[in-house]
Design a protein around this ligand. Structure first.
Ligand SMILES: [Zn+2]
Length: 97
């Protein structure tokens, strides 16, 4: 995710970034998406409790994901596009036969 690596670079540029912060930031994407393993969730969760910098990164990542979701919803709300996609799927199904 391009935007996440921008956040990691910014974070790494600050004075407080530790190797643990970098490790946490690298799996923050999966953590926020709920795709982390249990061990990762507790590791990241514990770190977020004590690290304000990583909490900030987590918050901006969640905001970013919300923004992306909202923009997808508005695209999905377009009836024309849904029809177009449905047509493409139908055409694809036919070409498989
Ligand atoms: Zn941290």
């Amino acid at each position: 995710m391009a935007s996440l690596s921008i956040q990691i670079e910014r974070h790494a540029g600050s004075e407080v970034a530790s190797p643990e912060c970098l490790a946490v930031l690298e799996c923050l994407d999966a953590y926020v998406d709920g795709e982390s393993s249990d061990a990762e969730v507790s590791r990241v969760g514990l770190h977020l409790v004590e690290c304000a910098e990583c909490r900030r990164a987590e918050h901006s990542l969640r905001r970013l994901i919300e923004t992306v979701r909202h923009s997808q919803l508005s695209v999905m709300a377009s009836r024309r596009l849904r029809l177009r996609v449905a047509q493409l799927f139908l055409a694809h199904d036919r070409s498989d036969d």
